[in-house]
Design a protein around this ligand. Structure first.
Ligand SMILES: Nc1ncnc2c1ncn2[C@@H]1O[C@H](COP(=O)(O)OP(=O)(O)OP(=O)(O)O)[C@@H](O)[C@H]1O
Length: 843
């Protein structure tokens, strides 16, 4: 373990570069653009960088000049459009390099910490990721807490101040004592005293322990303690020198003055070049140039000999850092022999002709061997990776060229770095080296699972969403959906009533033929219909128009007599009698469900009244019924509830949407906060992240599905005729399908808002077309075909068959629900992996 007392460090210690150092990070002709078409902005343009092992490299430059982009390419989180990066002897992502893995400590610009972790838990988490021994973790924690003056370990990260949080983030990068530290602005928000102590520690790490540090900072003067300084502007380095050399060579007192001078000189050169070439002179305000996407024609790099291509290789044995401003590359057209120039660069130049093809290929191998000797790769059998990018390119004419490394290759025509033919990376399949779904390791997967559970349980919002929401949703569904409406006011206009002649309501149940209106009203369900008496039909209709009541029940003056007449004389009665014997009902049909309920109750009430009357008069109760009888149903109940119909769809929708939103939220949050990048750079694999989330999500799903089924089946007595285990299995599968859709959403969206839009945008078509709300048989035939392609449709049908019909897995309706769900899971996983892969190489 590194200790603070390992070297007596003066507060104003200045780093002296170690002679004969090896290369830790090597960047050549790095080009990187963002966006497409007119919005394409070139951020790195033919950038060269050489970081020697055991040194501190201060990367300085104005905001937006591309520092973070460069670091993200170095740590393998982004890919260059063209050019090469070697880290600790290999391309980031290749097995030869230290990235991803414990050889590198990365502090991203974002905080990249879990707010719901304590400081101690944060360090322990990364200790588990790196598989550090417990004793080491303990002692290292003591040391780091002292060194960085961290608050007590039990404090939650989210409760710390901004500066304290950055120190914790810095502690994470230092914790496992990596060979290479990559720190993106570690001293922002840190007080001057602590800043000094951080720098002193970095110096100690490099001088006493041979660690390499790349650090970006806005505080230019603090970088005096660095061994080398790279002054960056508009995507390339203005200078790469020791601070002392920069000050002495330019005869200035501060690095800030040197930076300004170099910037002005470059601007003047560009200005001159542009004016001399007769082209329009662009504004020379540096800020304008920084922000314009750096597509300044002044960066156009032209080859001395456009027909020739050349390769420049650092010769570390001579230990001279190539400076992009100096004549760093040696060139000689038509030569095929490697030669070293005065800057220690070994160069080869090839003529790209058909005849030279064989020779060219031979020379490539020669160069590779030379490179192996010169780069001091610690890896035996150093792969062809560094040279693949320079490999021969077969163009459409069958001609072969090598990538031109001796001359900057920013494109002139398209203003885009690396867009010329020679600077493309043709033969190497970049994806194959970095995107491998390799086998997960136990320690990292366990650390990730533990972290997932801790976050879920600690965050109150998350906890409520995960554990309380499904129960609440299903309870609300059962309480709010499918129940019959109650307390519906109906106006009753009973002209039969006339107390002056003794026509009052009696409550007889005998075979009495009087006041049938009152007798009928007694059979109306009081919980559904509230009878409100009105004196006149016009008043009652007026009340309906005003929305005071849902309709009117009207009895004529001689209702009882006319009804008897109609029943006794049957077909012989006249039209007037028929009209006077009817109960006139006028309903407000603006609400179909309410009107249907009233209709059902009013007709049912008449049937009950009729049955009661004929029974009391000793007739057969079936006499007044229509001669159509519904026998016992084959499946389901005679009086089915709409809740029963909707329940399967709601259960699956809850499982699906919960999984989508949880997965998308977790991943977008992690990526936005830089947590995903930090974990991936630390060596966590995509397969481990997926597996850990799968385990966490599956556990959550089992809980959620159990709660939903419990609430629906046990508390609200939703009918389930079939196997509960099968129902549970389909519900879990649907949840997994939602989880994989959540992966797709999170891989496509960078922001929570766009994820929300995508999730909600797909939620409604899913819900409307899958038959949750209405039978699919009610849809047009074309829409029905579309709905078969929705993940919920078959699963809902399967669950309905289990619930209502008690069918098992032997039925096609049930097993199709399972098969289609599996298909969706596989399909969504493939989409997600493709999106991640595409975005890695375009972002
Ligand atoms: N994903 C992206 N898509 C489009 N443009 C991007 C993206 N990432 C960075 N950029 C642009 O690239 C340029 C360089 O950004 P970068 O973050 O590398 O700058 P920087 O030097 O680190 O700045 P700072 O010191 O402020 O952090 C900026 O103009 C930025 O807007």
């Amino acid at each position: 373990m590194l200790t603070e007392s390992s070297s007596a460090v003066d507060e104003n210690i200045v780093y002296q570069p170690e002679p004969g150092g090896e290369t830790a990070v090597y960047v050549r002709n790095a080009c990187k653009s963002f966006g497409v078409g007119k919005r394409r902005a070139t951020v790195l343009r033919n950038l060269d960088m050489n970081v020697k092992k055991g040194t501190i490299y201060g990367l300085l430059g104005a905001s937006g000049c591309g520092k973070t982009t460069l670091l993200s390419c170095i740590v393998g989180r982004r890919s260059l459009d063209s050019g090469d990066v070697l880290v600790l002897g290999g391309e980031p992502g290749s097995p030869e390099s230290g990235i991803p893995g414990p050889r590198v400590g990365y502090m991203p610009q974002e905080l990249a910490l879990y707010g719901d972790f304590t400081i101690k838990e944060t360090l322990e988490y990364f200790g588990r990721i790196y598989n550090l021994p417990g004793e080491f973790v303990k002692s290292q924690m003591e040391f780091i807490f002292k060194l960085l003056d961290l608050p007590p370990g039990h404090r939650y990260v989210k409760t710390l101040s901004g500066g304290q949080q950055r120190r914790v983030s810095f502690a994470v990068a230092l914790f496992h004592e990596p060979e290479l530290l990559i720190l993106d602005e570690p001293t922002v928000g840190v007080d001057p005293m602590l800043r000094k102590s951080i720098w002193n520690h970095l110096v100690r790490l490099s001088t006493d322990h041979g660690r390499t540090v790349i650090i970006t900072t806005h505080y230019i003067e603090e970088a005096r303690q660095a061994g080398t300084i790279g002054l960056m502007r508009s995507g390339h380095l203005l200078a790469e020198e020791t601070p002392q050399n920069l000050l002495v060579n330019h005869g200035l007192r501060t690095l800030e003055e040197v930076f300004l001078k170099l910037s002005r000189t470059e601007r003047a050169k560009k200005h001159g070049a542009l004016t001399a070439s007769g082209r329009a002179v662009r504004p020379t305000d540096p800020s304008q140039q920084e922000d314009r996407g750096h597509d300044n024609p002044a960066f156009i790099c032209t080859a001395d000999n456009p027909d020739a291509t050349s390769i420049g290789i650092p010769n570390n044995r001579t230990n001279i850092s190539p400076s992009p401003t100096s004549n760093q590359y040696w060139k000689s057209s038509k030569s095929v022999l490697p030669r070293a120039n005065e800057d220690g660069i070994v160069g080869l130049t090839f003529s790209p002709s058909r005849e030279n093809l064989e020779e060219t290929t031979r020379n490539r191998h020669a160069v590779r061997r030379l490179y192996d000797l010169n780069v001091n790769s610690p890896i035996e059998g150093f792969s062809s990776a560094p040279f693949d990018s320079r490999e021969v390119i077969s163009n459409e004419n069958g001609l072969i060229k090598t990538g031109d490394r001796s001359t900057p290759s920013c494109s002139s025509a398209s203003s885009s770095c690396g867009s010329t033919e020679v600077s493309k990376r043709p033969t190497k399949k970049r994806g194959s080296r970095t995107f491998v779904l390799s086998m997960p390791t136990a320690h990292r997967t366990a650390a990730l699972i533990r972290k997932n559970f801790l976050i879920t349980l600690r965050n109150i919002g998350m906890f409520a969403f995960v554990f309380l929401m499904p129960g609440l949703q299903s309870t609300l569904f059962c309480l709010a959906i499918g129940r019959d409406p109650t307390s519906l006011k109906m106006a009753v206009v009973n002209e039969e009533l006339d107390p002056s002649v003794g026509r009052v309501c009696n409550y007889t149940t005998d075979c009495t033929y009087s006041m049938f209106s009152c007798r009928y009203l007694r059979f109306l369900d009081n919980s559904t219909i509230i009878q409100v008496p009105y004196q006149s039909l016009s008043d009652a209709l007026d009340a309906t128009l005003r929305g005071t009541v849902w309709g009117v029940i009207h009895f004529g003056h001689n209702f009882t007599e006319e009804l008897l007449e109609r029943q006794i004389n049957g077909n012989a009665v006249d039209k007037e009698t028929i009209q006077a014997s009817r109960i006139g009902i006028t309903l407000d049909w603006s609400n179909e469900q309410i009107a249907l309920t009233l209709q059902h109750r009013l007709v049912g009430g008449f049937n009950d009244f009729n049955r009661n009357l004929v029974t009391s008069c000793d007739y057969q109760p079936v006499i007044p019924s229509i001669p159509v009888e519904f026998m016992d149903p084959v499946y389901g109940k005679k009086n089915p509830s709409f809740t029963d119909f909707m329940a399967p769809g709601i259960i699956l929708t809850i499982a699906y949407t919960q999984a989508v939103s949880l997965t998308a939220a977790v991943f977008i949050n992690e990526r936005k906060q830089g947590l995903l990048d930090r974990s991936l750079v630390a060596g966590v694999r995509t397969s481990e992240i997926l597996l850990a989330h799968l385990v966490t999500q599956f556990t959550v799903l089992v809980f959620q599905s159990s709660v939903v089924l419990l609430v629906m089946l046990l508390v609200f007595k939703i009918t389930c005729q079939g196997s509960l285990a099968l129902a549970m299995f389909i519900t879990l599968l649907q949840g997994l399908c939602g989880m994989f859709y959540g992966f797709v959403v999170s891989s496509l969206c960078d922001q929570q808002t766009s994820a929300l839009q995508l999730s909600l945008g797909s939620f409604f078509p899913n819900m409307l077309l899958s038959g949750v709300l209405w039978p699919m048989e009610g849809m047009s035939i074309y829409l029905r075909y579309l709905s078969y392609f929705i993940p919920l449709t078959h699963a809902i049908e399967a669950l309905r068959c289990i619930f209502a019909r008690g069918w098992g897995i032997d039925r096609p309706e049930v097993y199709w629900g399972i098969v289609v769900n599996f298909g969706w899971i596989v399909g969504l996983l493939l989409v997600c992996l493709t999106v991640i892969r595409v975005r890695k190489y375009t972002g």
